[in-house]
Design a protein around this ligand. Structure first.
Ligand code: AVJ
Length: 312
């Protein structure tokens, strides 16, 4: 049987406009490169959101209407470095909650749990391993009020219609009075945004190139990395950062595990990622269209990033 990666690579490279979903950036090598990206001076996103949780935890706590014990369900928690700040503040203020991170990888969840517990042993952590689409319907069966977290501007990786569908799916399992906090990168000086994805060290380029390496390793492909280059472009009209790998010549690449070859014309693009930047109006509209109203917004001092708190 074909893996998800095999299917998605075949689909993406057979399409008239070639693409590979950005979720495949994150193998072990990619995770490590992303860690380094987060500490680049140009990559402001993680630092901006970190500041929000560092400085406004009390305000966030005050915006929660829950009168009794509640669940905090985090979708795509990563290493939890930002979330743990919030959890610690909520705990210190005497709020009673269980932290329930959702991730496809049990290993990631175990790591995350020990990270949180080491940071604040009083927090009760109950991880949920699995795909969002499988996990979400089960959550609605526990009747505690819920705060959902979808942080880190991960929502920016969806095409607009997909983002709406994904949030709608979350909305569908929520009850009236439950909350959803979404972290979104805001539209700002175009130069600044472009630099975050076109760093001088070439880390973002390696992050993208790693997709080719991953196909070579896992699918028996023979991509020649010297025959592709990274290109990124910010369109401030739409707020879209689009990332690509560009074929530098006419070439054919064989992928053994797919029993197939794929032709690339010179200058043909493989779309690798959309990193969307939002404005206030888009945020309001997205919330409204998926059954929420915006309860409160938390921004960093530079107003680069927002954690927008929505009520169902
Ligand atoms: C983790 C999805 C928020 O889109 O900014 C970093 C990933 N891509 N540099 C983003 C990423 C290129 C990142 N997200």
């Amino acid at each position: 049987m074909r893996s998800g990666f095999q299917k998605d690579v075949d689909k993406g490279l057979s399409s008239p406009k070639k693409f590979i979903p950005s979720k495949y950036f994150y193998d072990q090598v990619g995770d490590r490169i992303f860690q380094k990206i987060m500490s680049l001076p140009e990559y402001y996103l993680s630092r901006s959101e970190y500041k929000i949780f560092e400085e406004q935890g009390v305000e966030i706590a005050q915006a929660l209407p829950f009168k009794s014990a509640f669940d905090i369900v985090e979708l795509g928690a990563g290493d939890g470095s930002k979330t743990k700040l919030l959890l610690k503040t909520l705990n210190a203020l005497g709020l009673e909650f269980t932290y329930r991170p959702v991730d496809i990888s049990k290993a990631v969840l175990e790591q995350l749990k020990s990270n949180i517990v080491a940071f604040c042993p009083e927090i009760s952590v109950d991880p949920l391993a699995g795909d969002y689409f499988d996990i979400l319907p089960h959550l609605s069966t526990t009747d505690k009020p819920k705060l959902f977290l979808f942080l880190g501007s991960n929502v920016g990786n969806f095409q607009p219609a997909e983002a709406e569908a994904f949030i709608q799916m979350i909305s569908n399992v929520m009850h009236s009075g439950d909350l959803l906090m979404i972290g979104m990168d805001l539209q700002k000086r175009p130069q600044l945004i472009e630099k975050a994805y076109n760093d001088s060290q070439g880390l973002t380029a390696s992050f993208n190139m790693n997709l080719l390496q991953r196909m070579n390793k896992e699918l028996g492909a023979n991509f020649d990395l010297d025959q592709f280059e990274f290109y990124v472009h910010y369109d401030p009209v739409r707020g879209f950062v689009n990332s690509f790998l560009v074929s530098l010549e006419d070439q054919e690449v064989e992928i053994l595990r797919l029993n197939k070859s794929y032709k690339f014309r010179e200058n043909e693009l493989i779309h690798t990622e959309l990193s969307r930047k939002f404005n206030e109006e888009q945020i309001e509209r997205l919330a409204f269209r998926t059954g929420f109203f915006v309860r409160k917004e938390f921004m960093d001092p530079d107003h680069y990033f927002v954690d927008s708190l929505w009520e169902k």
